[in-house]
Design a protein around this ligand. Structure first.
Ligand SMILES: Cc1ncc(COP(=O)(O)O)c(C=O)c1O
Length: 404
């Protein structure tokens, strides 16, 4: 029996065929079962902020496991309180902010959905979300996800959610006093690393505030320093009513959180939400250590600087396939000139590079925030070789021929 046969027989079919089986990781590198080494520019989909097997991650997990792992939310633990205080500080909530812990991005957004309902009550049944945005796969978060093909097999959805274009004009036209909240993904990662129009978040803040609706920013992919600020909303200099985080804050340990600002912090009251595992000592200790290391090593600045370096280097690759580079910091999308992203991912795998394709025209790059010159040079070499492999297969013209 091969591992492919085991996976095909035993694992749920909602994921496609597994591309490789990894047995070990270190920094930005992975090794498969045959000992082949890969450069990892996916980092578990923007999760492994410190790369693999970082000593800070390992020590936090081991020490906390040896001290206290889980006691339930009937009780507090020091790592939980420390992480809540750290998240409030990094998000800039001030004293009045509060944190709800869950175990994933979807759970953080489920909590945000309930927050919106608590705010809206019977008077505000409408919730606005952006077309193409992705907020998760649970029934509540799927209702917020503006992708009809994802919803279709699971209809009917939780009612009340309406999808609008990502423009201030569309928001102004759709909003009224019956809207409880607007959900926004500051860079639409799953849709193909699509930036919001300049000024959108500031406009959305003003418009939602004017109509008494909450502005809820989904920072699950963009948070924890990935875009070159702790949270992407901070580029816009606004104060949202709530943000959701997950992925990178745990650096590989499953954890998510809803962080509320100001009056939104008073909406939940005893009995309105909960989770057995959410905020346990093990997860919060690891996330606290991961965020502490991001701060200590100035990895938010590294994300901003390496992101620009990577963007410039990609645009210099001599390939007819490279169109544009979108996104911010170390959340980048390479727009391809032909719908061959899946072929590029497969070629990259052959060359020993892990990347992914959120759609047929986009390659998503979300490496560890720890990357430096060495990883960027290796990436450019492997990515250029992968593009060449696909170009050769497609017999595309090279730019030299195009311009000759
Ligand atoms: C913006 C955004 N929101 C929510 C989610 C869902 O998170 P999870 O897969 O941890 O449930 C994701 C995951 O890709 C995401 O990118």
């Amino acid at each position: 029996m091969t591992w492919q046969e085991d996976a095909g027989r035993d694992l749920v079919r909602s994921f496609g065929e597994r591309m490789a089986m990894f047995v070990r990781g270190e920094g930005s590198h992975l090794w498969d079962a045959d000992g082949k080494r890969y450069l990892d520019f996916l980092a578990g989909i923007a999760v492994d902020s410190l790369g693999h097997a970082h000593p800070v991650f390992v020590a936090a997990l081991a020490n906390q496991a040896a001290t206290l792992a889980h006691v339930s939310n009937y009780f507090a633990t020091p790592p939980q309180l420390e992480l809540a205080a750290r998240l409030k500080r990094l998000a800039g909530t001030g004293e009045s902010g509060r944190v709800y812990f869950g175990n994933s991005g979807a759970e953080a957004n489920e909590a945000a959905f309930k927050l919106a309902r608590l705010h809206g009550g019977a008077e505000r049944p409408r919730i606005l979300a952006l077309k193409d945005a992705f907020h998760g796969r649970t029934m509540g978060t799927l209702a917020l996800t503006g992708k009809p093909w994802m919803q279709e097999p699971f209809l009917p959805m939780t009612p009340g959610v309406e999808f609008i274009a990502s423009t201030a004009e569309a928001l102004e036209a759709a909003i009224d006093e019956r809207v409880a909240a607007l959900f926004v993904e500051p860079v639409k990662g799953e849709a193909g690393v699509i930036d919001l129009p300049p000024g959108y978040l500031a406009a959305a803040r003003e418009i939602t505030a004017r109509h008494g609706a909450l502005l809820i920013v989904d920072e699950i992919q963009t948070g924890a320093g990935r875009t070159g600020e702790w949270f992407a909303f901070q580029h816009a200099g606004i104060t949202p009513d709530a943000i959701t985080v997950a992925k990178g804050i745990g650096g590989g340990f499953p954890i998510g959180a809803l962080i509320t600002f100001g009056a939104a912090s008073d909406l939940f009251y005893p009995g309105t939400h909960g989770s057995t595992f959410g905020g346990n000592a093990l997860g919060t200790a690891v996330a606290g250590a991961v965020l502490g290391e991001i701060e200590r090593a100035d990895l938010v600045r590294n994300a901003a600087e390496r992101g620009e370096q990577l963007r410039a280097a990609i645009l210099e690759i001599d390939s007819a396939l490279v169109g544009d580079v979108r996104g911010r910091g170390l959340l980048l999308g390479v727009g391809l000139t032909h719908p061959v992203a899946k072929a590029v991912v497969a070629a990259a795998q052959q060359h020993g590079l892990v990347i992914n394709a959120p759609n047929d025209e986009t390659i998503r790059l979300v490496p560890a925030l720890t990357i430096g010159d060495v990883e960027i040079d290796e990436f450019i070499e492997l990515f250029a070789a992968s593009l060449r492999t696909v170009e050769d297969a497609l017999l595309l013209e090279t730019p030299t021929e195009v311009h000759a």
